[in-house]
Design a protein. Structure first.
Length: 139
């Protein structure tokens, strides 16, 4: 009997890294908001009539923006344009959700607090780190 030669594993799917990084980003936002909430003794969404879905909707909007920036930055030579876009657009997406979810004064209130700007900075850091860790072609 002849032995089969060992087979190599299939090549990694290049779309997996942005998806995993976006999921890690979402988990990091939840952790950041929880830690800031404990340290500052303040609620993330401190409007009593806002409802329970405003905060998760803002985080989900930022995660989608981060995922798109991660997808676009994979083949870029420089991470800086996509890092800046992730920062600005994730901030804008969260403020837009706050505007639609609560009213015209909510975006300014959230922009002044530490939660939404912190999540936007985390989005930029995620894009930058993902670009640095992306697989490179050796051929």
């Amino acid at each position: 009997m002849s032995e089969r030669p060992p087979q190599l594993p299939p090549p990694a799917n290049p779309a997996v890294l942005p998806v995993l990084a976006a999921v890690v980003y979402l988990a990091a936002v939840v952790a950041l908001w929880g830690i800031l909430s404990l340290l500052l003794d303040r609620e993330v969404v401190d409007y009593p009539d806002a409802g329970p879905l405003l905060g998760p909707a803002m985080a989900a909007a930022a995660a989608v923006v981060t995922w798109v920036a991660l997808l676009r930055s994979r083949r870029s030579r420089s991470p800086w344009p996509w890092t800046a876009l992730a920062l600005v657009l994730s901030l804008a997406a969260m403020l837009l959700v706050a505007l639609l979810g609560h009213g015209p004064l909510a975006p300014l209130h959230f922009l002044i607090g530490p939660f939404i700007p912190g999540a936007a900075v985390l989005s930029a850091v995620t894009v930058l780190a993902s670009w640095a860790l992306r697989p490179r072609r050796t051929i």
